[in-house]
Design a protein around this ligand. Structure first.
Ligand SMILES: [Ca+2]
Length: 120
């Protein structure tokens, strides 16, 4: 993950969190998921990421940086982002947001994810 790429998320998420509240933010983040996702597969693949990154303001990232982003957030190692992996990555890329809303949003996302994956 490049510093440039991370800054895109860090600059916007705290503002979005304040404006939308926890639940609204999750909806916004999941809307971002569908912008980047392969609509047929229902996941974000490297191909769909490369194709749609510009729509999310990530057009300046190289293929290698997008690959690194996918590796970073691909928790179950299937080579694609599902919605929860994507949401978790968004939070991980924004330490300030995690600090501000860990209990109300971060924990809810994490616990929901762990519960779904059977890790809890
Ligand atoms: Ca995955």
């Amino acid at each position: 993950m490049s510093k440039e790429g991370a800054a895109v998320f860090e600059d916007h998420l705290p503002i979005m969190a304040e404006r939308l509240g926890g639940e609204g933010l999750i909806e916004e983040m999941c809307a971002g998921f569908w912008v980047l996702a392969d609509a047929e597969k229902g996941v974000i693949t490297l191909e769909s990421l490369k194709k749609n990154a510009g729509e999310m303001g990530l057009g300046g990232l190289s293929d290698g940086e997008l690959e690194a982003m996918l590796r970073e957030g691909d928790i179950d190692r299937d080579g694609a982002f599902n919605m929860m992996e994507f949401c978790v990555l968004m939070f991980r890329l924004s330490p300030e947001l995690m600090e501000e809303s860990r209990r109300v949003v971060g924990e809810a996302v994490r616990l929901d994810f762990l519960d779904r994956k059977g890790f809890a």
